[in-house]
Write a protein that binds this ligand. Structure first.
Ligand SMILES: [Fe+2]
Ligand SMILES: [Fe+2]
Length: 156
Protein backbone atom coordinates (compact mmCIF):
# COMPACT_ATOMS: atom_id res chain seq x y z
CA UNK A 1 0.00 0.00 0.00
CA UNK A 2 1.71 3.20 -1.11
CA UNK A 3 0.90 6.65 -2.41
CA UNK A 4 3.35 6.16 -5.29
CA UNK A 5 1.63 2.95 -6.40
CA UNK A 6 -1.70 4.76 -6.27
CA UNK A 7 -0.36 7.68 -8.33
CA UNK A 8 1.23 5.36 -10.90
CA UNK A 9 -2.23 3.92 -11.61
CA UNK A 10 -3.86 7.29 -12.32
CA UNK A 11 -0.96 9.52 -13.39
CA UNK A 12 -1.82 9.54 -17.11
CA UNK A 13 -5.41 10.62 -16.41
CA UNK A 14 -4.34 13.32 -13.93
CA UNK A 15 -1.95 14.76 -16.52
CA UNK A 16 -4.63 15.42 -19.14
CA UNK A 17 -5.88 18.93 -19.79
CA UNK A 18 -9.49 17.86 -19.14
CA UNK A 19 -8.73 16.43 -15.73
CA UNK A 20 -6.55 19.39 -14.75
CA UNK A 21 -9.49 21.65 -15.58
CA UNK A 22 -11.44 20.00 -12.78
CA UNK A 23 -9.27 21.89 -10.27
CA UNK A 24 -11.25 24.98 -11.21
CA UNK A 25 -14.65 23.37 -10.71
CA UNK A 26 -15.95 24.07 -7.24
CA UNK A 27 -17.40 21.04 -5.46
CA UNK A 28 -19.05 20.49 -2.08
CA UNK A 29 -18.93 24.10 -0.91
CA UNK A 30 -15.20 24.86 -0.65
CA UNK A 31 -13.45 22.00 -2.41
CA UNK A 32 -12.85 21.29 -6.07
CA UNK A 33 -13.82 18.42 -8.29
CA UNK A 34 -10.23 17.30 -8.93
CA UNK A 35 -9.44 16.82 -5.22
CA UNK A 36 -12.78 15.12 -4.60
CA UNK A 37 -12.25 12.64 -7.46
CA UNK A 38 -8.71 11.80 -6.33
CA UNK A 39 -9.96 11.34 -2.76
CA UNK A 40 -12.68 8.90 -3.84
CA UNK A 41 -10.19 6.99 -6.00
CA UNK A 42 -7.76 6.78 -3.07
CA UNK A 43 -10.45 5.46 -0.71
CA UNK A 44 -11.22 2.77 -3.30
CA UNK A 45 -7.50 2.01 -3.62
CA UNK A 46 -7.20 1.58 0.16
CA UNK A 47 -10.27 -0.66 0.21
CA UNK A 48 -8.85 -2.88 -2.52
CA UNK A 49 -5.48 -3.16 -0.78
CA UNK A 50 -7.02 -3.86 2.61
CA UNK A 51 -9.74 -6.32 1.66
CA UNK A 52 -8.52 -7.78 -1.62
CA UNK A 53 -11.01 -7.93 -4.46
CA UNK A 54 -11.54 -10.00 -7.59
CA UNK A 55 -11.55 -6.91 -9.77
CA UNK A 56 -8.26 -5.60 -11.11
CA UNK A 57 -6.85 -2.82 -8.89
CA UNK A 58 -6.27 -0.35 -11.74
CA UNK A 59 -9.71 -1.02 -13.22
CA UNK A 60 -11.37 -0.24 -9.89
CA UNK A 61 -9.29 2.83 -9.03
CA UNK A 62 -9.51 4.39 -12.52
CA UNK A 63 -13.27 3.80 -12.62
CA UNK A 64 -13.58 5.59 -9.29
CA UNK A 65 -11.39 8.48 -10.49
CA UNK A 66 -13.68 9.10 -13.47
CA UNK A 67 -16.98 8.95 -11.59
CA UNK A 68 -17.53 12.75 -11.71
CA UNK A 69 -15.91 13.31 -15.09
CA UNK A 70 -18.76 15.51 -16.31
CA UNK A 71 -16.40 18.38 -17.19
CA UNK A 72 -18.38 21.52 -16.47
CA UNK A 73 -18.51 23.93 -13.58
CA UNK A 74 -21.77 23.38 -11.78
CA UNK A 75 -21.69 26.84 -10.23
CA UNK A 76 -22.99 29.50 -12.53
CA UNK A 77 -23.62 27.26 -15.54
CA UNK A 78 -27.40 27.06 -15.27
CA UNK A 79 -27.43 23.25 -15.08
CA UNK A 80 -27.98 23.15 -11.34
CA UNK A 81 -31.56 21.90 -11.41
CA UNK A 82 -31.01 18.45 -12.82
CA UNK A 83 -27.31 18.11 -12.18
CA UNK A 84 -27.59 15.51 -9.41
CA UNK A 85 -29.65 13.22 -11.63
CA UNK A 86 -27.92 13.80 -14.93
CA UNK A 87 -24.22 14.16 -14.26
CA UNK A 88 -23.44 10.41 -14.01
CA UNK A 89 -24.60 9.92 -17.60
CA UNK A 90 -22.58 12.90 -18.76
CA UNK A 91 -19.51 11.63 -16.87
CA UNK A 92 -19.88 8.22 -18.50
CA UNK A 93 -20.22 9.70 -22.01
CA UNK A 94 -17.06 11.76 -21.50
CA UNK A 95 -15.17 8.84 -20.00
CA UNK A 96 -16.12 6.56 -22.91
CA UNK A 97 -15.08 9.24 -25.41
CA UNK A 98 -11.68 9.79 -23.79
CA UNK A 99 -11.01 6.23 -22.58
CA UNK A 100 -12.53 3.85 -25.14
CA UNK A 101 -11.39 0.71 -23.30
CA UNK A 102 -13.67 1.31 -20.32
CA UNK A 103 -14.89 -2.01 -18.88
CA UNK A 104 -18.46 -2.93 -17.96
CA UNK A 105 -17.54 -2.66 -14.27
CA UNK A 106 -16.16 0.86 -14.73
CA UNK A 107 -19.25 1.86 -16.72
CA UNK A 108 -21.52 0.58 -13.98
CA UNK A 109 -19.49 2.40 -11.32
CA UNK A 110 -19.73 5.76 -13.10
CA UNK A 111 -23.33 5.42 -14.28
CA UNK A 112 -24.78 4.36 -10.91
CA UNK A 113 -22.64 6.23 -8.41
CA UNK A 114 -25.43 8.62 -7.40
CA UNK A 115 -27.78 5.90 -6.14
CA UNK A 116 -30.14 6.40 -4.28
CA UNK A 117 -30.52 9.96 -5.67
CA UNK A 118 -30.84 8.29 -9.05
CA UNK A 119 -33.21 5.38 -8.76
CA UNK A 120 -31.30 2.55 -10.39
CA UNK A 121 -28.84 0.79 -8.08
CA UNK A 122 -25.40 -0.41 -9.21
CA UNK A 123 -25.22 -3.90 -10.71
CA UNK A 124 -21.71 -4.62 -9.48
CA UNK A 125 -20.00 -4.84 -6.09
CA UNK A 126 -17.52 -2.22 -7.29
CA UNK A 127 -20.41 0.12 -8.10
CA UNK A 128 -21.80 -0.26 -4.58
CA UNK A 129 -18.39 0.41 -3.06
CA UNK A 130 -17.97 3.54 -5.15
CA UNK A 131 -21.43 4.74 -4.04
CA UNK A 132 -20.32 4.32 -0.45
CA UNK A 133 -16.89 5.95 -0.75
CA UNK A 134 -18.25 8.84 -2.81
CA UNK A 135 -20.57 9.66 0.08
CA UNK A 136 -17.79 9.26 2.66
CA UNK A 137 -15.66 11.69 0.64
CA UNK A 138 -18.57 14.14 0.25
CA UNK A 139 -19.07 14.26 4.03
CA UNK A 140 -15.32 14.72 4.53
CA UNK A 141 -15.24 17.52 1.92
CA UNK A 142 -18.04 19.35 3.72
CA UNK A 143 -16.51 18.92 7.17
CA UNK A 144 -13.15 20.20 5.96
CA UNK A 145 -14.89 23.15 4.30
CA UNK A 146 -16.71 24.16 7.47
CA UNK A 147 -13.60 23.66 9.65
CA UNK A 148 -11.64 25.90 7.28
CA UNK A 149 -14.39 28.53 7.40
CA UNK A 150 -14.48 28.39 11.23
CA UNK A 151 -10.69 28.86 11.42
CA UNK A 152 -10.91 31.84 9.08
CA UNK A 153 -13.69 33.39 11.19
CA UNK A 154 -11.63 32.92 14.35
CA UNK A 155 -8.64 34.70 12.82
CA UNK A 156 -10.71 37.83 12.01
FE1 LIG B 1 -21.23 12.53 -8.66
FE1 LIG C 1 -18.42 12.32 -6.39
Amino acid sequence: MSKSEFLSIIRDILATEEFQRMKKYRHHVKGNLYDHSVKVAYLCYLHHKKHGMDVDLAEFVRGALLHDYYLYDLHGCGRHRFHWFRHPRRALENAIRHYPGLTMIQRDMIRRHMFPVTLTPPMTREGWLLCFYDKVAAVDDRLRGSRRAARRKKRK
